[in-house]
Design a protein. Structure first.
Length: 326
C-alpha cells in the first residue's frame, strides 16, 4: 500500500490495541516495522501521536501511512468440510460475540512443528479475517472441556481482560491418587519451568527464584473411592502452564492418567486411563451483557475414570466453591 489512508475504527474493534489493530488488518507487517512507523509519528490517532498499546475507541480516525508491500502468499489450504463439521460439532454456546467449545482431549489449541490439526486451524470454519474467532485462553492438549473465544476483536479483548483480572470462576474436575488432607483449601505454591523441549515441566520453586511465578489453586474433594482415589473440583486462580497437574503432584496426589506429572502409585491406579482432567464449568462476564455460565459435558476419558471408580457425575455440587466463599 503506497498511499496514505484514514480509517475509522468500527464498533467491533473498540478496545483493541493500536498495534494489534494494524496486525489484524495487515498481518504481513513485522512488529519492528510497525514500531518504527508508530514511533516516527507516521501513524496517528485523531490527528495525534499514539503508542503501540493505545486502546482504540469506536469512531476514532487512524492515519495509515504507506506500508511495506505484502510478500507473495502461498494459497491457504481450504479447511476440509469434515473438519469444519467437526469444529461446529464442538459448540456448546454461540452468539454474535462469544463462541464456546467443548475441546476434546488430544486436540491441541494451537499448532506446532508436528501439529497440523488444532483448534486455531479449525476456526476457519467460521471464516477468515475479522470473521475468525480469537483465542482468549488455553487448555492443555490432553485436557478436555470449556474453551472460550471472542468472535470480534472487541469481545476478545474484554474476555481476555476478564481472565487477566481474575474475574472468572473456573471449575475443573479431576481424579487424583489418594485422599488429599485437608479435603479442601487453597494451595499457594510458586512454579518455575525446568528442562528443555518435550521434557520441560513446571516444578515448585522458592519465592526468591527469579524464574518463579505465583500460582494459586483452590480445591474441594467431591467424593472418594475407598482410600485410593479422590474426585476433586479444582479452581486455578492463576493461569500457569500445567498449574493443576504440577500442584497436585507437588502435594503427593497426582492426577490419574497424566503421562508427565506422575508417580509409580498414580501409574498403577491409572492403568489405561487417559488424563483425568476436565474443564467442567466456566463463569465469566459477557462482553456486553450480564454473566455467562458455560458447562461442558463430561468427556469420554473422564467417564471411563468415573466408571472404574464408581463416581456419578450427577452427584456433584454444580458450584462446590460456594460454601467457601460464604
Amino acid at each position: 500500500m503506497r498511499e496514505v489512508r484514514t480509517i475509522t475504527v468500527g464498533g467491533a474493534e473498540a478496545g483493541v490495541r493500536l498495534d494489534r489493530w494494524f496486525r489484524r488488518r495487515w498481518p504481513h507487517l513485522t512488529q519492528g516495522q510497525l514500531a518504527r512507523l508508530i514511533r516516527s509519528g507516521q501513524v496517528r490517532v485523531n490527528g495525534g501521536r499514539a503508542r503501540p498499546d493505545t486502546r482504540l475507541e469506536a469512531g476514532v480516525l487512524v492515519r495509515v501511512p504507506p506500508l511495506p508491500e505484502r510478500p507473495p502468499e502461498r494459497p491457504r489450504e481450504a479447511l476440509d468440510p469434515r473438519d469444519a463439521a467437526f469444529a461446529r460439532g464442538l459448540v456448546i454456546y454461540e452468539d454474535e460475540e462469544v463462541l464456546a467449545l467443548n475441546k476434546p482431549s488430544g486436540l491441541a489449541v494451537q499448532g506446532g512443528t508436528k501439529t497440523t490439526r488444532h483448534v486455531d486451524r479449525l476456526l476457519s470454519a467460521w471464516g477468515e479475517g475479522l470473521e475468525r474467532p480469537r483465542l482468549v485462553h488455553r487448555l492443555d492438549r490432553d485436557t478436555s472441556g470449556v474453551l472460550v473465544l471472542g468472535k470480534t476483536p472487541a469481545a476478545a479483548a474484554k474476555l481476555a481482560g476478564a481472565f487477566a483480572r481474575r474475574r472468572t470462576q473456573k471449575t475443573y474436575w479431576a481424579l487424583v491418587a489418594g485422599l488429599p488432607k485437608p479435603s479442601e483449601g487453597v494451595l499457594e505454591l510458586p512454579l518455575a519451568k525446568k528442562g528443555v523441549g518435550d521434557r520441560e515441566m513446571m516444578v515448585p520453586a522458592g519465592p526468591k527464584d527469579p524464574r518463579a511465578e505465583t500460582a494459586e489453586t483452590e480445591f474441594v474433594t467431591l467424593a472418594r473411592a475407598a482410600d485410593k482415589v479422590a474426585w476433586m473440583a479444582l479452581w486455578p486462580h492463576t493461569g500457569r502452564t500445567h498449574q493443576l497437574r504440577a500442584h497436585m503432584l507437588a502435594i503427593g496426589h497426582p492426577i490419574l492418567g497424566d503421562p508427565k506429572y506422575r508417580t509409580e502409585g498414580s501409574d498403577a491406579l491409572s492403568g489405561e486411563l487417559k488424563l483425568q482432567l476436565h474443564a467442567r464449568r466456566l463463569v465469566l462476564p459477557h462482553p456486553s451483557r450480564g454473566m455467562l455460565m458455560l458447562e461442558a459435558p463430561v468427556s469420554s476419558e473422564l467417564k471411563a475414570g468415573f466408571a472404574r471408580f464408581g463416581f456419578d457425575e450427577h452427584e456433584a455440587d454444580p458450584d462446590p466453591f460456594a460454601r467457601r466463599r460464604r
